[in-house]
Design a binder for this molecule. Structure first.
Ligand code: ADP
Length: 394
């Protein structure tokens, strides 16, 4: 080979080697970059998976929260239409979740007051609360409207709906009860005060007047005692869970009827007990005695001389049925639905005269129902009444 050719070959080989080295270096550098990029991609993928899992967890936590909480939850879009409704919201608004979707709040609730409240919440972006009655005033619903975000346009809202019908009913009952108790206590107290003042003003010197006034004071004081005792019995029946023990109702009916024989005889009334043996129930003996005492006492109180009271106890389809029947004054149809209310009396003067407090039947109803039973009345004005108590047999 010529020297020149040899040199050219050598130069070419060197050039090729230089190029190869250059590309090798390039490859090594890029491979490092590629590996770094790949690991960045892996990191991003891991973050994405974590975010997705977090998102899924948050959305399942949100779903559990919405379906698990007692309140109904609605989500309104920017136009004020329902886009999500929880099962309890649907139940409270007496509609299906599907039926609610797409409707405006006004359309779903038919309450212009609530719609106005929503408009204020949306325009002022503040939490608003309001209460409204459903059509026909069947239920009372308490609503809280919460705008979502502080700047979002148009404004979406979360609406929380609570049925407060029972709560409001109990509040009214409590208010009425306090008013009734005050009234019932005020009457005898006023009478006692007036008599005492008259005695202080000189009536004490007149033995006959003094004796009469002291008699009235004593009677009114006894009335106060009876009212407070009945209030105590009622409150115990309400607040204490019934302590259950086996009770032989047949034996109890016989014994209580026996206890009332003297009182019935004094009023010229015949009192009979007809009991089927072996009526065993589970309950509080004291409370069940109170039921029988109140019913038999009423039957004697509201039956004129020469009348009859019969107490029957028998088994009937898994229950003990106790009927207290009298041939007394009876109760008019219009009064029947109210006689189990606290302090309701058909004839106030007559009830007062016979020592009534107006709480006896309320106590009966409460005790019987807390024993899983029920009490009913059938009556014919001027002919007599039957009170029927049913309690499950053990
Ligand atoms: P009270 O202490 O006035 O008897 P209750 O709660 O026991 O109160 O009874 C409520 C009202 O129901 C009585 O005032 C009376 O008007 C009526 N009532 C209860 N039992 C009888 C009955 N056996 N016959 C007629 N009316 C009755």
């Amino acid at each position: 080979m010529h020297l020149n050719a040899w040199i050219s070959s050598l130069t070419l080989a060197a050039a090729i080697a230089a190029v190869a080295v250059h590309y090798y270096r390039l490859y090594v550098r890029n491979r490092h970059q590629l590996t770094a990029t790949q690991s960045e991609i892996n990191d991003l993928n891991a973050q994405l998976t974590a975010c997705r899992a977090q998102g899924l967890r948050a959305s399942s936590e949100y779903a559990a929260l919405v379906s698990g909480c007692g309140a109904g939850v609605l989500l309104l879009d920017g136009a004020g239409n329902i886009v999500e409704a929880s099962p309890s919201a649907a139940k409270t608004l007496s509609a299906s979740e599907l039926h609610l979707k797409g409707k405006s709040l006004l359309h779903a609730t038919l309450s212009p007051d609530l719609d106005e409240c929503l408009e204020i919440a949306r325009s002022q972006r503040e939490i608003r609360r309001c209460e409204f009655r459903t059509p026909g005033a069947v239920n009372t619903l308490s609503v809280t409207i919460v705008p979502v975000g502080s700047t979002e346009q148009p404004c979406r809202c979360v609406v929380i709906v609570n049925d407060v019908t029972e709560l409001r009913r109990l509040e009214t009952m409590r208010r009425d009860f306090v008013a009734n108790v005050s009234h019932e206590l005020r009457t005898p107290l006023t009478s006692i005060r007036a008599m005492a003042e008259t005695l202080q003003d000189g009536a004490l010197n007149d033995a006959t007047v003094a004796d009469r006034f002291l008699g009235i004071i004593s009677a009114e004081a006894q009335r106060l005692t009876r009212i407070s005792e009945d209030l105590l019995v009622l409150s115990h029946a309400e607040s204490r869970p019934t302590e259950l023990s086996p009770v032989d109702l047949s034996l109890m009916v016989d014994q209580i009827a026996q206890r009332f024989q003297k009182q019935a005889a004094n009023s010229g009334i015949q009192l009979l007990a007809e009991t089927e043996p072996g009526l065993n129930v589970s309950g509080s003996a004291d409370q069940l005695e109170q039921v029988l005492i109140n019913l038999i006492d009423n039957a004697i109180k509201y039956t004129p001389e020469g009348g009859r009271v019969v107490v029957r106890a028998q088994a009937q389809i898994g229950s003990a049925r106790v009927c207290v029947t009298d041939t007394g004054i009876g109760i008019m149809n219009q009064d029947l639905p109210r006689i189990f209310e606290r302090f309701y009396r058909v004839d106030k003067a007559r009830s007062r005269e016979s020592g009534g407090t107006g709480l006896g039947l309320a106590i009966v109803k409460h005790i019987v129902e807390s024993h899983g039973g029920c009490v009913n009345v059938e009556s014919e004005f001027n002919r007599g009444s039957t009170f029927i108590v049913t309690i499950p047999l053990t």
